[in-house]
Design a protein around this ligand. Structure first.
Ligand SMILES: [Zn+2]
Length: 401
C-alpha cells in the first residue's frame, strides 16, 4: 500500500520514501513506494512524471491500494528513495482540473447542466455537459468562471468518514459507488463535489479560463477549454494569426474579418466572370478544332495539344466536336504533368481500348469505356512529337476500322 501524499498537500514537489517492491516490466521497472506525491493516471487526466533517485518516472498507475511508478532504472526494495515531480507539468494539470470545477459549477448554477465527462490532455482539456448550451450561454459560463477565479477563493479538500456526514453539503456532483472515507473538494462560495485529484490552493492560481470550442455532443455540449499559461499561449497565437491576416490586407486587426469577407465576395465574382470568359473562348476554340479536323474515311479526327486546360473544359471542348462520326483526342500541358481526354462518336472500337495507345505512348494511367476515356501522365520530353505520332496512329486505326 502507498500513502498518497498528494491528497494532503497538492504543492508537495519532492519527498522521501522507502521502496517496497521493484519488478522488471518490459524495458523498464515498476516500483512501489511506502508513500508518494506522484498522482497516477486517473479521473481523465494524465499522471505526474519526474524522477526517483535520478531514475526517470515515466508513468504512474494505480492497482487497488498500490501505486506503481514506471522507471527506466531498477531501485531495489528496501532502498531509501528521493522523489521529485516535474512540477511545471503538475501545476499546469492542476490549473486545468481546478478550472474544470469552476466551469462545471457555472454550467450547473446558470443552466442546470451537469458535467458528465472530463478529459485533460497535455495541450487541451474537454468538459462534457449533459445539455445543449448555445454560444451566449457558453460566453456566460466563461465570464462567470473568470470572475470567480479573480475573486481568488480558497480551494480546500476535506475527508468525510461517512455518507451521513455529507448531509447538508450542497454537492454539485456526488460520484456513484463511493465508500467512506469520501473526499470533498470545496471552492469557497461556489463549488463542492467529490474528487480525488490535486487542485491549486486558490482560484486565482487557475489564471484565465478560456473555452475555445463548444460543439454538440451526445445530446449535450462538449467544451474544449484552456486555463493558465495554455490560455495565454492560445491568445498569443490567435493574435499573431489575426495580425498576419490584417497585415496581408493592410488593415487594422479589427477590420480583418470584413476584409476577408470582401475578398471572398470579389473572388466569387471573378470566378463567375472567368467561367463566362472561358465559355466564350472555348466556343471559338471548338470551332477552330473542328476546322482543323482531318476527314479519315468519313470520320473527323482531331488530335490536339493544348495548354493548361482543366479536365472540365477538356470534356466540354471534346463534346463540342462530336458532330457526326468523330474521334477527338485532346492533351493539356499543365507544366509538370499532361492530362488527356478521348471522345468518340460512331466509332466501333471502345474508348477504353483506344486510350491504351495514349497510356503506352506517355507512360500514363487512364481509362474509360464507351465513347469517353481520360488519363494523365508525368510530362515527357518531346510531348509535341509524341502527340504528332499519336495522330498518325489514330489515323491508321480509322483507316483500318
Ligand atoms: Zn477535482
Amino acid at each position: 500500500m502507498t500513502e498518497r501524499l498528494y491528497l494532503l498537500d497538492s504543492m508537495l514537489s519532492a519527498f522521501d520514501a522507502t521502496v517496497l517492491a521493484c519488478e522488471p516490466d518490459g524495458d523498464g521497472y515498476l516500483i512501489e513506494l511506502d508513500q508518494s506525491a506522484f498522482f497516477p493516471n486517473k479521473g481523465g487526466q494524465p499522471c505526474d512524471t519526474g524522477t526517483l533517485n535520478g531514475a526517470r518516472v515515466l508513468d504512474v498507475n494505480e492497482q487497488g491500494e498500490r501505486l506503481w511508478h514506471r522507471t527506466d532504472r531498477a531501485i531495489p526494495a528496501g532502498t531509501k528513495a528521493h522523489g521529485e515531480l516535474d512540477f511545471a507539468r503538475r501545476f499546469d494539470i492542476m490549473q486545468q482540473h481546478t478550472g474544470e470545477h469552476l466551469l462545471s459549477w457555472c454550467a450547473w448554477h446558470l443552466f442546470g447542466a451537469q458535467n458528465v465527462g472530463f478529459h485533460c490532455a497535455l495541450t487541451y482539456a474537454t468538459l462534457d455537459l449533459d445539455k445543449p448550451v448555445g454560444h451566449d450561454g457558453i460566453a456566460e459560463i466563461e465570464t462567470t468562471a473568470n470572475r470567480l477565479a479573480a475573486e481568488n477563493a480558497a480551494v480546500t479538500a476535506k475527508i468525510y468518514d461517512s455518507e451521513d456526514d455529507l448531509k447538508g453539503i450542497p454537492l454539485r456532483k456526488h460520484a456513484e459507488g463511493l465508500t467512506a472515507p469520501i473526499r470533498i473538494v470545496t471552492i469557497e462560495g461556489s463549488d463542492a463535489c467529490t474528487c480525488c485529484a490535486p487542485h491549486v490552493r486558490r482560484t486565482g492560481e487557475i489564471g484565465q479560463l478560456k473555452i475555445i470550442d463548444a460543439v454538440p455532443y451526445k445530446g449535450g455540449t462538449r467544451c474544449t477549454f484552456l486555463c493558465g499559461m495554455r490560455a495565454l499561449r492560445h491568445a498569443q497565437a490567435m493574435q499573431d494569426t489575426v495580425s498576419a491576416i490584417a497585415l496581408r490586407f493592410s488593415t487594422a486587426r479589427e477590420q480583418a474579418e470584413s476584409a476577408v469577407q470582401k475578398q471572398g465576395e470579389e473572388l466569387s465574382e471573378t470566378k463567375r466572370e472567368l467561367r463566362q470568359a472561358y465559355a466564350a473562348l472555348d466556343g471559338y476554340l471548338a470551332e477552330s478544332l473542328k476546322r482543323e479536323a482531318e476527314d479519315v474515311k468519313g470520320t473527323k479526327l482531331i488530335v490536339k495539344l493544348l495548354e493548361s486546360v482543366d479536365a472540365k473544359r477538356l470534356r466540354g471542348l471534346a463534346g463540342a466536336t462530336m458532330d457526326g462520326r468523330a474521334l477527338t483526342v485532346l492533351f493539356s500541358d499543365t507544366g509538370e504533368r499532361v492530362s488527356y481526354l478521348l471522345a468518340s462518336n460512331g466509332i466501333k472500337t471502345d474508348a477504353g481500348v483506344l486510350i491504351g495507345a495514349v497510356n503506352a505512348a506517355l507512360n500514363g494511367s487512364g481509362g474509360g469505356r464507351g465513347t469517353l476515356a481520360q488519363g494523365s501522365a508525368k510530362k515527357p520530353a518531346g510531348l509535341k512529337e509524341t502527340v504528332e505520332g499519336l495522330f498518325t496512329y489514330f489515323r491508321n486505326v480509322l483507316l483500318h476500322e
